[in-house]
Design a binder for this molecule. Structure first.
Ligand code: KIV
Length: 276
C-alpha cells in the first residue's frame, strides 16, 4: 500500500476526483480508518472536545497534539497524516510557529500541519513551506476563535464577509498552502471558492461543491453523546452498538454467563494439589 502525499491531493484536484479525510486521535481508530482507504487522517484539535472533554478547542496544548499525532502516525501506512496546530502555538511569532510545526513533524511524525486563519497567518504558512512543512489552511468557521467570534456561526453570509473569505482563500494559496479546509461556509460560496482555487478545498458543513470532505469520526459514527452539528451524517450507529455491548457485558458478568470455559486457562492438577 503506498503512502499518500500532497501530490495525491494535487492529482485528485486535477482529475476532478473527490478527496476524503476523517479525524483520528488514537492508534486503534487510526488503524481502522487507514484500512478504509481514506486519503488523509486529521489529528484535529477537536481532540479537545472529543477525547479530553473540554467545551472548546482553546485549552489544547502542543504536548496534547504531539502525543495523539504520534499514536495516529504509528497506525497509518496509507493516509496522509495532518496534525492541527493548537490555539496560540502559531499566532505569537513566525519563529514560534516554525518551532511548533517542527515538533509535530519530528515528534508527532505527521506529514503536514493545519492551521486556522487567513491573511494574519500567511507569514507563518510561507515560513513553514520554505522549511519543508506542508500546510493545510483552515478558513470559514475557525473554532479556535470561538471567543472572538462570539459562538459557532456559519461564515461568509454577507457580501463583505463572502468577499473577504474569497480573498483570504486566495492569500493562503499564494502563501503556499497545499489545500484548504472550509468549515461551515454556505454551499454556493464554498463551490465558488473551490472552483477559483488551484489547491483542493476540503469542506466540512460546506456542501458538495468542494473538492473533498472531512468529518469528525466520532460524529459520523454516532458516538458523540453531546451536540451533533446539522452537517453531520451518521454513516453507522456505532455508538448504539457500543452502548449495547457495555450493557450486555454488565448483564453477562452479573449473571455469571461470562466468562465461559473457553475464555479461561487450564492448569495441571499437580500444580494446584494441596492448595485447597
Ligand atoms: O479539529 C478538527 O477536527 C478540525 C476539523 C473539524 C476540520 O479542524
Amino acid at each position: 500500500m503506498t503512502k499518500n502525499t500532497i501530490l495525491t491531493f494535487r492529482k485528485k484536484k486535477r482529475e476532478g476526483k473527490k478527496l476524503t479525510m476523517l479525524t483520528a486521535y488514537d492508534y486503534t481508530m487510526a488503524r481502522i480508518i487507514d484500512a478504509g482507504q481514506v486519503d488523509a487522517i486529521l489529528v484535529g484539535d477537536s481532540l479537545g472536545n472529543v477525547m479530553l472533554g473540554y467545551a472548546d478547542t482553546v485549552s489544547v496544548t502542543m504536548d496534547d497534539m504531539v502525543h495523539h499525532c504520534a499514536a495516529v502516525s504509528r497506525a497509518t501506512s496509507h493516509a496522509l497524516v495532518v496534525g492541527d496546530m493548537p490555539f496560540m502555538s502559531f499566532q505569537t511569532s513566525v519563529e514560534e510557529a516554525l518551532r511548533n510545526a517542527g515538533r509535530l513533524m519530528k515528534e508527532g511524525r505527521v506529514n503536514a500541519v493545519k492551521l486556522e486563519g487567513g491573511h494574519r497567518v500567511c507569514p507563518q504558512i510561507k515560513a513553514m513551506v520554505q522549511a519543508g512543512i506542508p500546510v493545510m489552511a483552515h478558513l470559514g468557521l475557525t473554532p479556535q476563535s470561538v471567543n472572538a467570534i462570539g459562538g459557532y456561526r456559519v461564515a461568509g453570509r454577507t457580501k463583505g464577509k463572502a468577499e473577504l473569505l474569497l480573498e483570504e482563500s486566495l492569500a493562503v494559496q499564494d502563501a503556499g498552502a497545499f489545500s484548504l479546509v472550509l468549515e461551515c461556509v454556505p454551499v454556493r460560496l464554498a463551490s465558488l471558492i473551490a472552483r477559483r482555487l488551484d489547491i483542493p478545498v476540503i469542506g466540512i458543513g460546506s456542501g458538495n461543491g468542494c473538492d473533498g470532505q472531512v468529518l469528525v469520526t466520532q460524529d459520523m459514527m454516532g458516538m458523540s453523546t453531546d451536540f451533533t452539528p446539522k452537517f453531520v451524517k451518521v454513516f453507522a450507529p456505532v455508538g448504539d452498538a457500543m452502548r449495547k455491548a457495555v450493557a450486555d457485558y454488565v448483564q453477562a458478568v452479573e449473571s455469571c454467563e461470562f466468562p465461559e470455559e473457553q475464555h479461561g486457562f487450564a492448569v495441571d492438577d499437580e500444580a494446584i494439589e494441596g492448595l485447597y
